[in-house]
Design a protein around this ligand. Structure first.
Ligand SMILES: Cc1cc2nc3c(=O)[nH]c(=O)nc-3n(C[C@H](O)[C@H](O)[C@H](O)COP(=O)(O)O)c2cc1C
Length: 277
């Protein structure tokens, strides 16, 4: 709910220019029904002439230096060996609530979160994901591979066969290869919609959450296997008590670390192109 107060407005029109939906007309002080409530208008108004009922205070200078952020990124690692220490549900609730500032396309904020800390549920998700993905990988066999090579090209099918081999080998040697006995799993889901970009919203949330978790001395493992399994088997929604119309966009295991990584590892330099004057 946004309101323009006429007494202080100087008609500088900064609010009109910054509005992502061109929804402000300062001449008649109207706000379009397309307003996405991002409140950029009020946040730049030097006269405080635009009020939003959900304003939570003035911005302050943050003291995080670029080096701090670079170090945080370099030192974050995926964890696959978790301590047996449980993560308190209240902490997970606050974690997810504090993450609400993660950006969402059109400010839709449509993602839903299901947190699993129940050990037998986690095991069920683990086992169901393994059986679902094993079945999917087994569709890649001596009958289908030659046809797929014609349809998709040899190199693509070779990569798919490599993924299958890695997955099957790992599932034989590690029966907890999906959930790694982590104490908690956060599943991010929602209903697909013609507006918004929920898959991207969930990926951005997940990326930010991995860094936030580090600062709380928690550790994480982003989990693509659960997402892929859920695409193929709606039973995963059922096990997680998630509406079957919902799509699972992302999953992240979270817990306390049981190992300490001593070294930082270099990553490939990205290929960057410029189009400049
Ligand atoms: C989208 C995405 C999906 C991933 N899925 C899994 C997964 O299902 N299981 C797993 O053990 N690691 C998974 N990972 C972790 C990656 O393997 C890991 O990020 C990568 O090897 C780099 O290691 P680092 O995170 O320690 O830097 C995933 C990472 C991303 C970004």
């Amino acid at each position: 709910m946004i309101e323009i107060t006429s007494e202080t407005c100087t008609k500088c029109k900064k609010c009109e220019r910054i509005c992502p939906v061109s929804g402000i007309n300062i001449a008649d002080k109207s706000i379009s029904k397309d307003c996405i409530e991002c409140h950029h208008c009020g946040a730049i108004c030097s006269q405080e002439a635009i009020n939003h009922k959900n304003t939570i205070g003035h911005t302050t200078q943050n003291n995080i230096q670029p080096f701090d952020f670079e170090l945080l990124m370099q030192q974050r690692r995926t964890h696959r060996i978790f301590s047996t220490q449980t993560v308190q549900p209240q902490l997970l609730k606050e974690f997810i609530e504090n993450m609400r500032f993660s950006p969402t396309a059109s400010n839709l904020q449509s993602l839903k979160f299901t947190v699993v800390t129940n050990k037998s549920k986690l095991k069920e998700v683990n086992d169901l994901s393994i059986s679902t993905l094993t079945k999917a990988f087994n569709a890649l066999n001596s009958f289908t591979v030659p046809i797929m090579k014609v349809l998709l090209g040899k190199s693509k099918v070779k990569k798919m066969e490599q993924s299958k081999r890695k997955f099957i080998n790992k599932s034989i040697s590690n029966q907890d290869m999906i959930c790694y006995n982590a104490p908690a799993l956060i599943v991010i889901h929602g209903q697909d919609s013609p507006v918004g970009m929920p898959t991207h919203d969930a990926s951005i949330w997940t990326g930010m959450a991995t860094l936030y978790a580090e600062l709380l001395n928690l550790c994480t493992c982003i989990n693509g296997y659960i997402v892929n399994a859920a695409k193929r088997n709606k039973k995963i929604n059922e096990v997680l008590h998630i509406d079957k119309k919902d799509q699972i966009y992302a999953a992240i295991l979270i817990g306390y670390p049981s190992v300490k990584f001593k070294s930082k590892v270099e990553r490939k330099m990205p290929q960057v192109s410029f189009i400049a004057d």
